[in-house]
Design a binder for this molecule. Structure first.
Ligand SMILES: [Zn+2]
Length: 689
């Protein structure tokens, strides 16, 4: 099949909103090599120019590099995006067929000796650059060093080889988790097997059964198909009365991809260690921290210990309380079940019964209203104004509420789609704020992806409160991407923000779910239009700190496991990575791990995502985000003027400045002082309010 130029243009356009439907696996195979060949040529032209005489200036060096970066980001970014939201075997194979070449080109670009020399020269002319440019140049210099520039030829060859291997291993790791999750199924055909499960879950299970050929499946009579994706697995563990079935699902969940990925874990860690050594660092954790806000491994250990000590005390008490309620010792598959019972007993709060009060359209209405109050922006649906990749997706535009000036746009893809959509939730960049080659301003466009419960029957998507918080979280990332005022692509929005500060706006937004005014605005019964009953509302607010010791301890366990694996694990230490995790677990869990617990094999954040030796950053940023929200508490949440003033200040600092200044400095501009952990410990109920 021959490729017409017009169709390859859909993947090579490099600007504007992508035409997702036109981007086929065949196109990926044919167009990406063309793109790489063109960029290769441009890169050579730049390098040749740099070898000519004449002073190195920002204008001479950076804009041509930014154009190359943007062309690659745009095209390869669309492919990566589709892989996340419309995954098919064909697209995966097409992606895999090009990945090594893309990594090779990126390495070539990131390791160009002439460019590195020019960057160093530029870095030496500090007084000719503005603050944002300086930071970009400094970050670029460090990044190039971390990409192996300056290594001896032979070392560099090995370095590149490792990078390619790691990239392929990560993709394999992630695909194995996706496959293992989709492969585990349990058909339940008697009502007694699903006793305790709420209707929304039964609908979902019956839907899944219908999709797998059980055409007569229905909510009341089954059969019901259980799976390990979060919308089915999470609620089943929480509600199903049949302890043996919860156990079966739990054991399935913790051993996902155990065989397929266990060797990959060790291989990935070994290669990262080797890479760190080639760069002159002692271990991969040091490499990771070199470009982060946290100053050292010791500083991270300290933060985690500060959280561990109060949270393990709280978690032990929480377990004792649950065991008292259950009347005996509990296993891991019992915890969320009895926690739900306890929650209902203490707060009489049935989290499932709240779903009808959080229909997606109402939640969006409240969220958009909040953004208007706080940040002075106006968000409107813009159906039909952009090509979409799936009928679940909507497109929105963002403008300044005062001036009416357009600021940004975003896609929202809210629902879980089994087998074809990666789990979890994320924000990604479709377009970044920048000047195009004609000098026109390009407005940012974000992808907001969630995996919440899809609409069933006539009802809209009825959200659990967790799902509401997740949406607010991703929206916070989206706001930082969309409200940036920086026009340098390396520092606009979330770009250039240190990893451990990047969760500040997202976790900040989650706090608003617990603000009374916001809660009123996001909740209304989807059928009757009734407000969330006062009693439920109070209980929801009180329940916020429920089981927080266990939740915090879980994060500490994951963060410390990640950090120690990357700071201390070597094949020579005589234990495997899973055993190291078990050592960490001794002081970071309250129930011993099961023998078959192979969580590392599905820990995509650190083995397939960008969080290696960086998982701690959730907590690091939570200190910042809790303290940022405390600025609104200090100003008075009931004082509308104070809320708006503080909100505008947040927009003008954290949301506007993005990566153009050091995160500690941006925070101080907003807060008037450095961050304090008190607000986080107080909000979590781990110290007295
Ligand atoms: Zn996030």
């Amino acid at each position: 099949m021959s490729q017409t130029p017009s169709s390859s243009a859909e993947l090579l356009r490099g600007e504007g909103l992508p035409n997702f439907g036109a981007i086929t696996p065949d196109l990926v195979r044919s167009a990406i090599p063309l793109l790489l060949a063109e960029l290769e040529q441009r890169l050579e032209d730049i390098e040749n120019d740099l070898l000519q005489a004449g002073p190195i200036t920002w204008e001479r060096l950076m804009p041509p590099l930014q154009q190359i970066g943007e062309r690659l980001r745009w095209s390869w970014g669309v492919v990566g995006h589709l892989l996340g939201v419309c995954n098919t075997k064909e697209l995966r194979e097409a992606h895999q067929s090009q990945q090594a070449a893309v990594v090779r080109f990126s390495s070539r670009l990131g390791q160009s000796q002439p460019i590195y020399t020019a960057i160093e020269q530029l870095a030496a002319q500090f007084n000719q650059l503005d603050g944002c440019q300086r930071r970009i140049v400094e970050q670029e210099k460090l990044e190039m060093q971390l990409r192996g520039v300056g290594l001896e030829a032979e070392t560099q060859q090995r370095f590149n080889q490792i990078s390619e291997e790691l990239s392929a291993l990560s993709t394999r790791f992630s695909n194995n988790v996706l496959d293992a999750t989709a492969a585990w199924e349990l058909l339940l055909d008697s009502p007694e097997q699903v006793a305790g499960c709420p209707n929304s879950l039964l609908e979902l299970l019956a839907d899944a059964a219908r999709n797998k050929g059980h055409e007569a499946a229905n909510c009341e009579n089954g059969p019901w198909l259980l799976g390990l994706d979060h919308p089915r697995y999470g609620p089943f563990l929480r509600f199903a009365d049949r302890r043996d079935l919860r156990e079966q699902a739990y054991r399935g969940f913790i051993s996902r991809a155990a065989e397929a990925n266990s060797d990959l874990v060790g291989e990935i860690l070994k290669l990262r260690q080797e890479k760190a050594n080639l760069l002159g660092y002692g271990n991969w954790a040091e490499v990771s921290l070199a470009s982060k806000m946290a100053p050292s491994v010791a500083a991270v250990e300290q933060l985690l210990e500060d959280l561990r000590a109060p949270s393990i005390r709280a978690a032990n008490n929480e377990l004792k309380d649950l065991e008292a309620l259950a009347g005996g010792a509990l296993q891991p598959w019992d915890l969320s079940y009895w926690a739900e019972k306890q929650r209902q007993r203490l707060f009489d709060l049935d989290s499932e019964a709240l779903r009808p009060y959080f229909p997606l359209p109402q939640v969006l209405d409240g969220l958009f209203g909040l953004c208007q109050r706080l940040f002075g922006i106006h968000i409107t649906a813009a159906a039909g104004e952009a090509p979409l990749w799936h009928s679940d997706v909507s497109f929105f535009r963002v403008s300044d509420a005062n001036s009416g000036q357009p600021l940004a746009a975003f896609y929202l893809d809210p629902f879980s789609r089994l087998g074809s959509k990666r789990g979890g939730a994320w924000m990604d960049e479709c377009l970044g704020r920048q000047r195009n080659s004609k000098g026109d301003l390009v407005l940012p466009v974000a992808y907001l992806i969630c995996n919440q419960t899809p609409p069933v029957g006539e009802a809209p998507s009825l959200m659990s409160f967790d799902e509401v918080e997740t949406l607010f979280h991703e929206f916070g990332h989206g706001l930082q991407h969309m409200l940036t005022t920086v026009e340098q692509p390396e520092a606009a929005g979330i770009n250039g923000v240190e990893w451990d500060a990047v969760e500040l706006p997202s976790q900040f937004m989650e706090n608003w779910c617990y603000d009374g005014t916001t809660l009123d605005a996001i909740s209304r019964h989807w059928k009757s239009g009734e407000a969330l009953p006062q009693s439920e509302r109070e209980k929801l607010l009180q329940a916020r700190t429920f089981m927080n010791g266990s939740a915090t301890l879980r994060q500490v366990h994951l963060a410390l496991t990640d950090l120690r694996l990357h700071a201390t694990w070597r094949p020579e230490v005589g234990i495997n990575p899973e055993e190291l995790r078990r050592q960490v677990a001794e002081t970071t869990t309250v129930i011993p791990l099961l023998d078959e617990d192979a969580l590392l094999c599905s820990f995509g954040h650190i083995f397939a995502g960008g969080y290696s030796a960086g998982y701690y950053s959730y907590k690091w940023a939570e200190v910042l985000s809790a303290d940022a929200f405390a600025a609104f508490e200090d100003a008075g949440l009931d004082d509308e003027q104070a809320v708006q003033d503080t909100g505008r200040r947040f927009r003008e600092t954290v949301l506007s400045l993005g990566g153009s200044e050091a995160p500690a400095q941006v925070f101080e501009r907003f807060r008037g002082r450095g961050p304090s952990a008190d607000a986080l410990l107080r909000h979590s109920g781990l110290i007295a309010a």
